[in-house]
Design a protein around this ligand. Structure first.
Ligand SMILES: NC(=O)c1ccc[n+]([C@@H]2O[C@H](COP(=O)([O-])OP(=O)(O)OC[C@H]3O[C@@H](n4cnc5c(N)ncnc54)[C@H](OP(=O)(O)O)[C@@H]3O)[C@@H](O)[C@H]2O)c1
Length: 245
């Protein structure tokens, strides 16, 4: 994949064999929930840009689904700028952005003793990553008639029932929810719907064994990515139902 970008089986075998013209981009999509979100969106007829921080992983996963691939490390200003440029050149707009990539479910830490370097590192991917990417892609989202931004969050970031533990992860998701609220308010007049979604406890590398199937977790995300124009904005949902902030 030259320069970290490229296409895999471009246009040759879209999963659903029908293209509804919607252009969707998903971060952290080489495995787990992101990969399955790409599969489900492609099955709905979206033109999907599957991104991953490894060019090889992006290409391999995109090849399997018959979607397009781009290398994107959400912590890299250079990657973000290149992807925005590439999406502009290929499509001239973006309809759906799914900020899915995340790290550091730090079950080994407590807030009272947490290593703040770990907290900062998590925020770089889980908070500043989606924030910088959404800013960079905003001109392309504004060019869409039906733009949707989905920030994949977690009920761990709900203040209402919050206890202790997983401090790096939890703080990053609380702040991501704040970003959802601010972007939703600032983009309401533009008709861009911005929501946080919890996929539930899902059996992925992050979630571990015992969680629900990845198909179900991804469907929770796809719901917010495919809202009608009169759908909600500035909300926090799981499986289409509101969660308390
Ligand atoms: N699984 C659960 O039970 C659960 C529950 C609530 C919320 N969530 C949320 O759901 C989302 C997906 O979780 P998951 O369970 O699918 O996690 P996962 O299996 O650990 O996958 C995480 C993905 O993020 C990518 N990633 C990490 N850092 C990145 C970066 N800097 N730039 C781009 N991509 C990066 C990883 O890429 P590499 O392969 O290169 O590492 C991987 O593709 C996350 O936002 C998570 O917080 C999950």
């Amino acid at each position: 994949m030259p320069d970290g970008t490229g296409t895999a089986a471009e246009g040759e075998r879209n999963v659903g064999n029908r293209n509804d013209g919607t252009v969707s981009l998903v971060t952290g999509a080489n495995r787990g929930i992101g990969l399955e979100v790409c599969r489900q969106l492609a099955a709905l007829g979206h033109t999907v840009v599957l991104t991953a921080r490894s060019a090889e992983a992006a290409s391999a996963a995109a090849e399997r689904l018959g979607v397009q691939a781009m290398r994107l490390d959400v912590t890299s200003d250079g990657d973000v700028a290149r992807v925005a440029d590439e999406v502009a050149k290929r499509f001239g707009r973006l309809d759906v952005l799914v900020n899915n990539a995340a790290i550091t479910y730090d079950t080994w830490q407590r807030a009272t003793t947490a290593d703040l370097a770990v907290v900062r590192e998590a925020a770089e991917t889980n908070l500043y990553g989606p924030w910088r990417l959404t800013q960079a892609l905003l001109p392309l989202l504004r060019a869409s008639d039906h733009a949707r931004i989905v920030n994949v969050s977690s009920e761990a970031g709900s203040l209402t029932g919050m206890g202790g533990g997983t401090p790096a992860y939890t703080a990053s998701k609380v702040a991501l929810n704040a970003v959802t609220r601010m972007f939703a308010a600032e983009l309401r007049d533009a008709g861009i719907l911005v929501n946080s979604v919890c996929p539930g406890w899902v059996a992925t590398d992050m979630g571990g064994a015992g969680g629900r199937p990845v198909v179900e977790g991804a469907a929770s995300v796809v719901w917010a990515a495919t809202l009608p124009d009169d759908g909600p904005t500035g909300g926090f949902f799981r499986d289409g139902h509101p969660l308390p902030w």
